[in-house]
Design a protein. Structure first.
Length: 231
């Protein structure tokens, strides 16, 4: 019997944004972008608006130097609605009240600020979501903030608009003395229909968690002679 060291890194990923910006579909495609056209269609047309928190995770082995790191980001997808749509609907704040005690929500590795490029209101709402993340202390020195202009298959976003949004996030970080650098605030345009940017977004998250997530070493026992012992 021999022992093999296993290096791993984990981190919390939280997509924030208004309802109907595509957070749930986007998250499902990030988890597994290598899907068939039928599976892709099922995700696009059968994913329903959620009034509850969705917990997902993905894992991938990444070579960093001479080490293989098992990167395992965990996604916490909250509903985007802030107001009651009907008596049975659950709002973002109500869900957070229940799950706020999760240790994983203390520090966030990647914050996705998602907006619908066809709806300017969802872009302007990102300031509210950013301020909420600040109040909850979700942004720390190892947090990557990714602005995600989504649904670019319907409308190509203006570079000026994206740059202004990035500038606003940078100014917000400086004004509130957040411990992040300018290169920790980036933008990745996505389309859940054409899959534009999905692989890039996934790779960026995986790499960031592998380098900056919570690091650990596990021991995996390998039974090399198990067949001989059992025979």
């Amino acid at each position: 019997m021999t022992s093999e060291l296993k290096n791993y890194a984990t981190g919390t990923i939280i997509p924030l944004g208004d309802g109907f910006t595509g957070k749930s579909v986007l998250s499902r495609l990030i988890i597994d972008p290598h899907i068939t056209s039928i599976e892709h269609g099922d995700i696009l047309f059968k994913t329903k608006k959620s009034y509850n928190i969705e917990l997902e995770f993905m894992t991938e082995k990444i070579l960093i130097g001479d080490k293989i790191i098992t990167s395992t980001p965990q996604l916490y997808i909250f509903p985007g609605q802030r107001q009651k749509e009907n008596p049975h609907a659950t709002t973002f704040d109500e869900i957070l009240d229940i799950f706020d005690c999760f240790p994983a929500l203390i520090k966030v590795s990647v914050l996705l600020l998602v907006y619908d490029v066809t709806n300017d209101k969802t872009l302007h709402s990102l300031d509210t979501w950013l301020r909420f993340a600040y109040v909850k202390n979700w942004i720390f020195k190892d947090t990557l903030i990714i602005l995600v202009p989504n649904k670019v298959d319907l409308e190509r976003p203006d570079d000026k608009t994206i740059n202004q949004a990035l500038k606003h996030i940078n100014e917000f970080a400086k004004e509130h003395e957040l411990p992040i650098e300018g290169d920790q605030i980036i933008a990745i345009e996505t389309s859940c229909v054409s899959m534009e940017g999905i692989h890039n977004l996934r790779d960026t998250i995986m790499q960031w968690v592998a380098f900056n997530g919570i690091q650990g070493v596990g021991i995996k026992e390998i039974e090399e002679a198990s067949k001989e012992v059992l025979s």
